[in-house]
Structures are given as C-alpha cells and as structure tokens.
Design a protein around this ligand. Structure first.
Ligand code: HEM
Length: 361
C-alpha cells in the first residue's frame, strides 16, 4: 500500500545550490533595475530624456497644472476635411481617398505660459486629428514658422537651457541666447523669419507648416518625401486693425466661426531628390511640386478647458497607413516629449482661476 498520510519530502538544498538560486534571483532583479535605470536616464546622466526636456520647459515657463507644457494657451475646433483626390496616387491613406473625414483640432499660441498675452509670441499653431472611416488616425501639429531654429533635440534642449532663469538673479543670462545662436549657424533661416514675423491678429489668416518631413506611401510602395502646409482661404485686407487686449485670438476665432465655416487648403510639398528630409532647420528650395490635397472646413469652437481637444495628444507620429515619419530626430523626440507632457497634464487638476473657468463654460 502507498502511504498518503504525509506529503513527499524534498531533500534539503545544499548550501551551494541555495547560493546559486539566490544569485539567479539577484541577477534578474539587477537586470530589471538596470532596465528601469536605463529608461530613466540614471545610468547615463548626459543622455537627453523626455523628462529632462519637459522639466526645462517647466523651469522656463512655470508649472501650470492641467495645461500642455508648451503651446499651453489654445482653443478647440471641430470640422472636417474634404479630399480633392489629388494626393490619392501618392498615398493609400483613406483621408486622401474618402470624400469627408471628421477632424478635431486645436489652435494655440507658441508659448508654455497659458496666461501669456496673445502679443507675447509671433508663433501660432494648428493641431489636427483626422479620424478615418477605418479607425486609423492622422495627427499633426503645425506651426506658423516655416523652419525650426535647430535640427536636433540636443540643440533644442540647449536653446531652452539658455533661456532658463539663473538661481542667483531669477532671470536668464542675457548673453546666453546670443551665444547659443552664435554657435548655431543652422538657425539663420529661422532668425531671418522671426525678425520680420509680427504677432498676427487672427488664427484664421495664418499658414501652418508641418516643418518636419514625412513620407507618402503609394499602393505600389513608392515613397515620396513631403512637408505640408495649411493655407488659409480667408485673407484680411492689408492694414486691418489689430484687436486690443491680451486674449483677442480666441475671441476673434469664435466671432468669425459664428459667421460661417472657416476654410484652409492642404498643400503637400513634394521633395526633390537630395532635399533634406531629416533636418527641420533647413527650408526646401522654391519651385517644388505642390499638391492641393483638399480643404479643411472648421465649423465650431470649444473652450480648451472642457473641449474635445483637451485630452488629445497631437503626437506627430500617430499616422495612418500611407503616411510615414521621416528619420528627422525631432519627430521621435516630439512623440516622447508630448507623451510626457500629456501624462503630467492629464494627471493634474487644472488650476485655472474659478472665475475664468465659469466664463469659459
Ligand atoms: C524637440 C523639439 C520639441 C519639443 C521638446 C516640443 C515640445 C512640445 C510640448 C511638450 C508640447 C505640448 C504637448 C502636449 O501636452 O500635448 C508641444 C506642443 C506643440 N508643438 Fe512642439 N516641441 C518640439 C518641436 C516641435 C516642432 C518641430 C514643431 C513643428 C511643427 C512643433 C509643434 C507643436 C505644436 C503645433 C504643438 C501644439 C499641439 C497641441 O495643440 O496640442 N513642436 N510641443
């Protein structure tokens, strides 16, 4: 008979085998800790992490709970895109093939301070999320500047550091930004633009540029490098009066949209062979072929505090099949940085003063 009254006993572990097992566990724990330390940047303090990038934006602009860490002051818009069919042979993306694609967008001021007056920065932005019938999305964030000041994430970080307040004075070193630009001749096209750029009176009359390059991919797998621009159909007469006050951009937009839909044309600029596709600080020469891919129609606005755009991360690498990112290093950095900013702002409660919140509802 088999004795079932007591469980079978295992022979005791020898000291050597116990040590081996414990060592095995220690190796696994060390590997996991090492992986966390690598991702966190602890192993290499020189490495530029998304956390460092967003921290420096907070150092320069202050922490404003609930708000984006850059382009913080904005307004949501709702509308749709009507394809012209002209980009169809270059890209399989449904957005260029369907008659209409719904859009949730956001206009913003290029500043990390949600309370900045609209005259504080000449840079305005338009971000769009197209949702295709097949569920795939195209998200794009465009700026009114035609080129970026620098071509690498490291240089962008150094430019932010040059603008950081010094602990001793609480103000940035006035020599730091000129010194930065002195050491970065690639910024010349941006500096030439900013010299003449005036804060505009309206979001509606601006052109917004992808700045970074992407690829359109055709049904046969052909890849065409492109940049794109949203060009306004509405233009004010030259010399139109600039509204007074610090919040004129949103008021102007709300007023104009109440009078009827606002319209932009999506121009897709095709690179020639040899045009730089991995450097957003370099403009492409004039004379490139331009597709009129269709029309953006914006029909209503919503306050950003409770509008549909509030919880969208306009990550430029969320792309449908038929559009691909280029190897411009700023794209991956934007993607990671926006995610970090998104995590911070969506886990905070907005502290916009109560009176202003009521006014926006
Ligand atoms: C390394 C370079 C860059 C960094 C670190 C950076 C950082 C940021 C951050 C943190 C946000 C807020 C994201 C959020 O909370 O959802 C933002 C917004 C934005 N950025 Fe950048 N950015 C960079 C380069 C660019 C470039 C090259 C463009 C060119 C078009 C651009 C266009 C925009 C736009 C349009 C928005 C507003 C998006 C919205 O309305 O939600 N950025 N940026």
């Amino acid at each position: 008979m088999v004795d079932r009254s007591s469980p079978p006993t295992r022979p005791p572990l020898s000291a050597a085998s116990l040590t081996l097992r414990l060592a095995g566990i220690a190796v696994v724990v060390a590997a996991v800790a090492g992986a966390f330390a690598y991702v966190n940047g602890t192993l290499d303090p020189q490495r530029l992490t998304p956390k460092k990038l967003i921290n420096v934006l907070e150092t320069n602009n202050g922490v404003h709970p609930g708000f984006r860490r850059n382009h913080s002051k904005g307004v949501c818009v709702i509308g749709h895109f009507e394809s012209s069919g002209e980009a169809r042979s270059y890209s399989t993306a449904q957005v260029f093939n369907e008659t209409q694609t719904p859009v949730v967008g956001r206009f913003a001021l290029g500043s990390g301070n949600p309370y900045a007056p609209d005259s504080a920065a000449p840079i305005r932005s338009m971000a769009l999320r197209f949702t295709q019938a097949n569920g795939q999305q195209w998200r794009t964030g465009m700026n009114s500047m035609p080129v970026f000041p620098v071509g690498t994430p490291e240089a962008f970080y150094q430019l932010q550091q040059a603008q950081s307040p010094l602990p001793a004075t609480g103000k940035p070193d006035p020599a730091a930004v000129p010194a930065f630009f002195g050491a970065h001749p690639e910024a010349a096209p941006f500096l030439a633009w900013i010299k003449t750029a005036k804060p505009s009176a309206s979001y509606v009359t601006e052109t917004y540029n992808s700045v970074n390059a992407f690829y359109l991919v055709s049904a046969t797998g052909q890849r065409q490098a492109v940049r794109w621009s949203m060009v306004p159909v509405t233009q004010d007469a030259p010399g139109a009066a600039v509204p007074q006050g610090s919040d004129f951009l949103e008021k102007d937009l709300v007023q104009r949209i109440a009078a009827g839909p606002l319209v932009w044309q999506l121009n897709i600029i095709l690179a020639n062979p040899g045009d730089p596709v991995n450097d957003a600080s370099k403009a492409w020469p004039e004379g490139r072929k331009v597709l009129n891919a269709g029309t953006l129609v914006l029909e209503k606005t919503q306050p950003q505090l409770n509008g549909e755009c509030r919880d969208i991360n306009y990550d430029p690498l969320v792309l449908p099949a038929g559009i691909e990112g280029s190897d411009d290093p700023l794209l991956a950095t934007r993607s990671a940085g926006y995610a970090n900013s998104y995590l911070r702002r969506t886990s905070e409660v907005s502290q916009l003063p109560a009176a202003k919140q009521e006014a926006q509802q």
